[in-house]
Design a protein. Structure first.
Length: 335
């Protein structure tokens, strides 16, 4: 059997699964063990495109930092024993135009901005110690054409940093969306949290900061009287995120008692921000007759996805000795 063909085929299956299963669901609280290497900090960035006419003022900078400190206190109130830490603010200019960066697909824009920032600060998608919070200084055209989003570079906790994109107009005028409550929500995504409907809660009425609950909306620097909390699954997810919240203790949070131990990861950003990488003994590894055949994305799988993939391979590769490892340990399963 031609092993090279098998590998390509497997990569295709993996890629297809990533498209279909983002976010990757898991009922078991087992995550890839990347090891904890240095704290990931939240880095404020003003991002100017080449053809933008607006300048960054001292007032903008003060407002941005004040919003970040309010968000930091919010996370501290929720987590009690820890919050995120801030890195120095930066202003980054690009010679490229608005047209290049701000395409109709925010997904593509996020990838372009991340690529540019990684190059600017000299990191790759794996070793970058920042969650970039980027205020994009561009001419906002109005309507629905605005930016507000957050995501991780790689998905699982401790696999790297992330990105939050926010509009300059919102920082200055609280429009098209309130800056403070949106910042808290998008940071949650950059720390690896999904929307609460993926966990079985109501997207609009749940009290989580990750919901679309209108009660959470801030007004300028003033937070809502009910600015939003976290669901047990979200506390659990953040407890795994040791690179962002090294001091956070799940047992110090009341709601841990009712934790359902359900984890859902965000999917990774695509390879336009840098290639996936093989990690030995991290996450899922698949072997045919003792030879490793998995694609590098398998390192990012949660345990349930890995197990489903292993079972599929056992069923569909007759005559091949199929084995799987998760975090370096042989995976066992009944028939
Ligand atoms: Zn969201």
């Amino acid at each position: 059997m031609n092993k090279k063909i098998n590998m390509c085929w497997f990569l295709k299956v993996i890629s297809l699964m990533l498209c279909l299963l983002v976010p990757l669901a898991s009922l078991r609280a087992k995550v890839p063990e990347f090891g904890v290497e240095g704290r990931i900090r939240v880095k404020p960035v003003f991002f100017l495109v080449g053809d933008s006419s607006t300048e960054i003022t001292e007032k903008d900078m003060v407002a941005f930092l004040r919003h970040l400190e309010i968000a930091q206190k919010h996370y501290k109130r929720l987590l009690k024993t820890d919050s995120f830490v801030l890195a120095d603010a930066a202003v980054v200019k690009s010679n490229k135009t608005q047209e290049y960066f701000f395409t109709e697909k925010q997904f593509d824009s996020a990838h372009k901005i991340v690529s540019m920032l990684l190059a600017e600060f000299g990191y790759d998608r794996w070793d970058c110690p920042f969650v970039f919070v980027v205020v994009v200084n561009r001419q906002f055209k109005g309507g629905e054409d605005y930016f507000g989003g957050g995501r991780t570079f790689n998905g699982p906790p401790n696999s790297g940093g992330g990105i939050v994109l926010l509009e300059m107009d919102s920082l200055r005028k609280d429009f098209p969306y309130p800056f403070q409550s949106t910042l808290v929500h998008e940071l949650g995504h950059a720390f690896g949290l999904v929307h609460p409907d993926a966990l079985g809660y109501d997207l609009y009425n749940n009290d989580s900061i990750m919901s679309y609950n209108q009660k959470h909306r801030s007004n300028g620097f003033k937070q809502s009287a009910s600015p939003g909390g976290l669901n047990p699954e979200e506390y659990l997810m953040l407890s795994y995120n040791k690179r962002v919240f090294p001091e956070f203790r799940l047992d110090k949070v009341q709601s841990n008692k009712q934790s359902l131990k359900k984890l859902i990861f965000l999917g990774p950003m695509n390879e336009t921000i840098g290639p996936f990488k093989h990690f030995a003994g991290v996450g899922y590894e698949l072997f045919y007759n003792g030879k490793k055949v998995n694609g590098p994305e398998a390192a990012l799988y949660d345990y349930s996805t890995a197990l489903a993939n292993l079972k599929w391979n056992v069923r569909n590769r007759p005559g091949v000795e199929v084995t799987g490892r998760y975090n370096g340990k042989v995976m066992e399963f009944g028939h």
